[in-house]
Ligand binder design. Structure first.
Ligand code: PXP
Length: 252
């Protein structure tokens, strides 16, 4: 029995974090770099299966024009991470990314902290999921590995869940083992409910093998580690080394 390969979505937000650090006020400059498109195309050439970006309400990194450019030019799939706001939903309906991952968004946070409370916001999320999925975009819920949130995600009609691996990534010893057990249970239940199971946040080439007892994983979304490694070995090599570790995910 073999399963399709584990897919990799490369999150390139932090390529743009670097560009914005210098060029926020002068994006038209001929010197504005690094190029978000060159990063996406490099990741694709290295084997990425999709390109992930988070268009935040505060536009701290990815800008509207970046999303439009990527939509036009990339050859793989575009995965847009977004908070559930009318403004970003309107953009997503116009851009028509292949996938959307709904995330909680809090202005003060450094990065996405904690999963989405799907169970507590069913009506609002159900409407957004329907609008996006009717428009041809498959929708994922970024949730903590909590069974109530898994059930709620299936209940509101999402096609996928992305299990938040941040707690796993930052834990050690017994607490890491406990978090792996939660991820296993969430992945099992999600699969039973017909959801595609993705995972992401804080994943690295070092911690990934500790995740391999979690069944049914279809896709990982990874950003910070790949972009950090790219500083030393280049983006192409950073994506390839991640894919090499992912190839060790056990077949079902
Ligand atoms: N998945 C989601 C939903 C995220 O919000 C993020 C962080 O932007 C990631 C995956 C990637 O996390 P990391 O940058 O830690 O790899």
């Amino acid at each position: 029995m073999s399963r399709p390969n584990l897919l990799l979505g490369v999150n390139i937000d932090h390529v743009v974090t670097l560009r914005q650090a210098r060029y926020r006020q002068m994006l038209d400059s001929p010197n504005a770099e690094p190029s978000v498109l060159a990063a996406a195309l490099t990741a694709e050439t290295a084997g990425a299966h999709s390109i992930t970006v988070h268009l935040r309400a505060d536009r701290r990194h990815i800008q509207d024009a970046d999303v439009a450019l990527l939509r036009r030019e990339i050859r793989t799939k575009l995965n847009l991470e977004m908070g559930n706001t009318a403004e970003i939903l309107a953009i997503a309906l116009q851009v028509r990314p292949d996938f959307v991952c709904m995330v909680p968004e809090n202005r003060e946070e450094v990065t996405t902290e904690g999963g989405l409370d799907v169970a507590g916001q069913r009506a609002a999320l159900r409407a957004t999921v329907k609008a996006l999925q009717d428009n041809g975009t498959r929708v994922s819920m970024f949730i903590d590995p909590d069974l109530e949130q898994v059930r709620a995600s299936a209940d509101i009609g999402a096609a996928m869940i992305e299990l938040h691996t941040g707690t796993f990534a930052n834990a050690t010893g017994a607490s890491r083992a406990a978090e792996v057990a939660r991820l296993q249970a969430a992945a099992e239940l999600g699969h039973e409910l017909g959801l595609q199971i993705n995972a992401g946040h804080g994943l690295t080439t070092t911690n990934l093998p500790d995740l391999w007892s979690v069944p049914n994983l279809a896709e990982l979304n990874i950003g910070h580690h790949i972009v950090s490694r790219a500083i030393f070995i280049g983006l192409d090599a950073a994506v390839r080394e991640m894919l090499a570790v992912m190839a060790t995910y056990p077949a079902a």
